[in-house]
Design a binder for this molecule. Structure first.
Ligand SMILES: NC(=O)C1=CN([C@@H]2O[C@H](COP(=O)(O)OP(=O)(O)OC[C@H]3O[C@@H](n4cnc5c(N)ncnc54)[C@H](OP(=O)(O)O)[C@@H]3O)[C@@H](O)[C@H]2O)C=CC1
Ligand SMILES: O=C(O)C1=N[C@H](C(=O)O)C[C@H](O)C1
Length: 263
């Protein structure tokens, strides 16, 4: 099985990338289509949404697919892309360790094909996650509050889950004590979800787009790290970076930070 990205494709070479979008009529997918159409080094090859034939991606010689669909369908989409040697830049949420293991298995049979899964493509959110991981070992307490529009299918958000995992890993590495919490009675859900020992609270309110606060607390002080996506266009520069770089990253990458020079 061969990859569909030519060696000279992308900004470093002479070719233009042929980019398809899965979920092209969705809230984020529609923004991605616009961004691809406006990019100097890309051609929009195919848009596939609910009910459309995914074969259009092969028929249109798509080299890189961007997926913003739904957690229930994204694995089938990725199996199709990997089997056809099409690189994938994935924003859709819902990936656990089992799914990542399955993807690694499929990718092993399609050497040269790359998949990047990013819980969040906005640069501000990526930095918010990084800053939170840096700060977490310096404070006794830390909790995550994510706030989204009420049409969101998953809770907690992929970003919040990833943030909690990064915080937990940083605290483990630093030998931090468990986060204090004397709650012994209360309504189910009142303390949020437990992700790797970090409490994560999900708010769904009409009018919101995508927001997150990480609240850290120590003796006599708190630090709040907040990020707001005010418009879904915030995800598109990161998506285009993923599209441009994925050809150089065969196999599975989790997190766009691996494509950025964050130091
Ligand atoms: N990583 C990141 O930076 C971000 C990730 N996301 C994630 O991206 C995903 C999509 O979000 P959003 O755009 O808000 O959701 P939307 O529901 O607005 O868009 C999803 C689109 O995918 C379509 N769709 C459903 N099934 C298929 C299929 N099998 N093939 C092709 N298209 C399909 C839907 O059609 P229909 O409505 O008819 O079902 C819809 O048009 C979510 O998981 C969300 O959490 C969102 C923002 C940023
Ligand atoms: O569904 C959304 O809207 C978003 N989903 C992603 C997530 O679950 O983290 C990214 C961003 O928060 C927007």
């Amino acid at each position: 099985m061969s990859t569909r990205v030519a060696e000279n494709a992308g900004p470093e070479g002479t070719g233009r990338l042929r980019v398809g979008v899965l979920g092209a009529r969705g809230k984020v997918g529609a923004e991605v289509v616009r961004a691809v159409e406006n990019a100097d080094d890309m051609d929009f090859s195919a848009g596939v949404d609910q009910g459309d034939a995914v074969a259009a991606l092969v028929d249109s010689s798509t080299q890189v697919v961007v997926d913003f669909t739904h957690p229930d369908v994204v694995m089938d989409n990725l199996r199709f892309c990997i089997e056809n040697g099409i690189h994938a830049v994935v924003g859709t949420t819902g990936f656990d360790e089992d799914r990542l293991k399955t993807l690694r298995g499929w990718l092993a049979d399609s050497p040269g094909t790359g998949v990047v899964i990013a819980p969040n493509f906005s640069i501000g959110a990526i930095l918010m996650m990084r800053f939170s991981a840096i700060a977490a070992p310096f404070f006794e307490s830390v909790e995550v509050v994510e706030l989204h529009h009420p049409t969101k299918a998953d809770a907690p958000s992929g970003t919040a889950g990833r943030t909690a995992e990064l915080i937990a890993a940083a605290r483990r590495e630093a030998g931090s004590a468990p986060i204090p919490d004397a709650t012994s009675t209360g309504l189910e859900g009142a303390r949020g979800a437990d992700v790797d020992g970090v409490r994560v609270h999900s708010v769904r309110v009409r009018g919101l787009v995508a927001h997150q606060e990480v609240i850290l607390g120590g003796l006599g002080e708190t630090l709040t790290i907040r990020h707001d996506s005010l418009d879904r266009v915030s995800f598109t520069p990161g998506v285009l970076t993923g599209v441009r770089k994925i050809g150089a990253f065969p196999g599975l990458t989790v997190g766009l930070e691996h494509f950025l020079d964050l130091g």
